[in-house]
Design a protein around this ligand. Structure first.
Ligand code: G4P
Length: 532
């Protein structure tokens, strides 16, 4: 075991997900507040600037008021070192969310108490389920009128198909919000208005058995309701079971109000106890233990032009084992090259801090001259393994790219190739027609806009996109055995190849996929591409 195992075991790395406006940004900011990374006065002012800064990564985000890129924040709290991975708030970027979740050990799902499970919560949750990671639920905005608590839990269970276990329970809501009851310690933690978090609040902790104090703080009516609800709850809700939490089958639920700072620290304290230290990661040589001496990491995200002032590309990697030292030589496994990682940094919103060392569980960004791909492994030079790749989502929308100014072919190819390497789009070419036209496939249609915008702004190339009717893509699994030229499909089928020359088929409807399989005995098709 590494002698820096202590450092590693202090780490907690999680992603935060929510439907836009549920309070993800506010909650994250309050975490930082409790971690001492920002101060109270700064937080209110800091909010607008922090948001602005993050959004500045891409102009398009500002225009549409949504965050399509994700960032990483690190802070310390109570002897823990915490890494928060922000996820994009738009459904068209669920692939990006999936990759971010690959780098996290658990996820925090923020839900607006007056809205319950919203469209985007559902989509993001599905991605969490694919990744099978523990999910912690924070029901926010209790200082506003909220839906019935039992109904909220019921909705989570029914809509998302995960059992819930309330760790605490709200007493009233909106103007009548009094605080929460902590089930483990059987105490009531009282709420006080902090005027939108601009002033310090005062909380009291009252044992549930202390009737007098309870009456004085929450009143007879609230007390009566609380007692009834506790009884109901103890009979009806799932038992807390850490194993079920860790396998993603049970979500611990917390209530609070991020805006007024209430319930955030209580959440953080419970959450940090319940969530795991950095987990072992699967490689082709079995699981790699994070506390192993040797450094290893994998790339989960590549992002260009995060900041207009630095026209560069950053590869984000999750450290999976050991300690990273800025001067050490490492091996980029897929490139089979020993190298030093250039300008290793931690990204705090849009600010960057060059770092000297980091440990398993941490996320670092390194300057990428165009050599890394998503899913790549970085290890010590002598190591002989690679981490399991990150699957690519099948694109569901396709368009032919027409370049307006044919003189700029080189810039166009460079731009579109680089954007494809980041994983935001996938590019294809006609199969054996000799045409050099490019077909682009995306998971969410907003990526078409991003592509067009970025080509214009970063590469000075104007394009026109002509949408194609295809919605289903299949990779040919046994391409060595199949003569693609001879394949007979349906009239709506299109043969293309990816940039590595692999043949693929595009279809308008699933029926044609089945028909093509029938007509070509022995043909094996797959819905997933692999990127390493
Ligand atoms: P997001 O990142 O999930 O999109 O949500 P964000 O934190 O930006 O919060 C969305 C809105 O909800 C913000 O108001 C924020 O102040 C408010 N909010 C967050 N948590 C709470 C809470 O616990 N209680 C109440 N009452 N409101 C909350 P806004 O008006 O859109 O922005 P701003 O003018 O406050 O910056």
């Amino acid at each position: 075991m590494a002698n820096y195992a202590n450092e590693i075991n202090k780490r907690r790395t999680f992603a935060i997900i929510s439907h836009p406006d549920a309070g993800k940004t506010t909650l994250t900011e309050k975490f930082l507040l409790y971690g001492g990374a920002i101060n109270l006065a700064g937080s209110v002012k800091g909010k607008a600037t922090a948001r602005h800064a993050v959004s500045d990564w891409m102009e398009i985000e500002k225009e549409r008021g949504i965050s399509v890129t994700s960032s990483v924040l690190q802070f310390n709290y109570d002897n823990y070192c915490i890494n928060i991975l922000d996820t994009p708030g738009h459904q068209d970027f669920s692939e990006d969310t999936y990759r971010t979740l690959m780098a996290a050990d658990s996820a925090v799902m923020v839900i607006d108490a007056s809205k319950g499970v919203e469209a985007q919560t559902r989509k993001l949750f599905k991605v969490c389920v694919m990744r099978k990671i523990p999910i912690f639920t924070f029901i926010n905005k209790m200082d506003r009128e909220a839906n019935d608590t039992f109904e909220l839990l019921d909705e989570i269970e029914k809509e998302l198909g995960i059992a819930t276990c309330p760790v605490n329970w709200p007493i009233g809501c909106g103007k009548n919000f009094k605080g929460v009851y902590d089930r483990e310690t059987q105490t009531v933690v009282t709420y006080s208005d902090t005027e939108k978090g601009t002033k310090e609040g005062e909380t009291s902790i009252i044992p549930i058995a202390d009737e007098e104090a309870l009456l004085a703080h929450i009143g007879a009516e609230n007390k009566g309701i609380l007692m009834d609800e506790i009884e109901l709850l103890d009979g009806a809700s799932a038992e807390f079971d850490l194993e079920a939490v860790q396998s993603g089958d049970l979500t611990p639920v917390f209530f609070g109000s991020a805006l007024t700072n209430f319930g955030v620290e209580i959440f953080l304290q419970h959450f940090l106890k319940m969530t795991t230290t950095p987990l072992p990661r699967k490689s082709d040589k079995g699981f790699i233990d994070p506390v192993e001496e040797d450094f290893s990491a994998f790339v989960f995200k590549i992002q260009a032009n995060m900041n207009k002032a630095h026209r560069d590309r950053i590869a984000f990697m999750r450290i999976c084992s050991g300690k990273f030292d800025a001067n050490m030589e490492v091996k980029h496994v897929q490139g089979n090259k020993v190298m030093r990682l250039s300008q290793p940094q931690q990204i705090m919103a849009s600010e960057r801090k060059i770092l000297d060392e980091a440990y398993a569980g941490d996320i670092i960004g390194v300057f990428d001259p165009g050599i890394f791909s998503i899913g790549d492994t970085i290890s010590m030079p002598k190591a002989q393994f690679r981490y399991e790749g990150i699957p690519t989502f099948a694109p569901e929308h396709f368009a032919r790219v027409r370049q307006m100014d044919t003189m700029k072919r080189k810039q166009f190819v460079k731009g579109i190739t680089q954007i494809a390497q980041e994983g935001a789009i996938q590019i294809f070419q006609e199969f054996n027609t000799g045409l050099e036209e490019i077909i682009v496939g995306v998971v969410g249609v907003l990526q078409f806009d991003v592509l067009k915008y970025r080509l214009e702004n970063e590469y000075n190339v104007e394009i026109r996109l002509e949408r194609l009717p295809y919605e289903h893509i299949r990779w040919i699994e046994n391409k060595e055995e199949v003569n693609v030229d001879r394949l007979t499909g349906t009239s709506d089928m299109k043969k293309v190849k990816d940039m590595k020359g692999n043949p693929l088929l595009l279809f308008v409807n699933p029926w044609s996929v089945g028909m093509t399989l029938d007509r070509n005995p022995g043909l094996q098709l797959s819905e997933f591409g692999k990127n390493n």
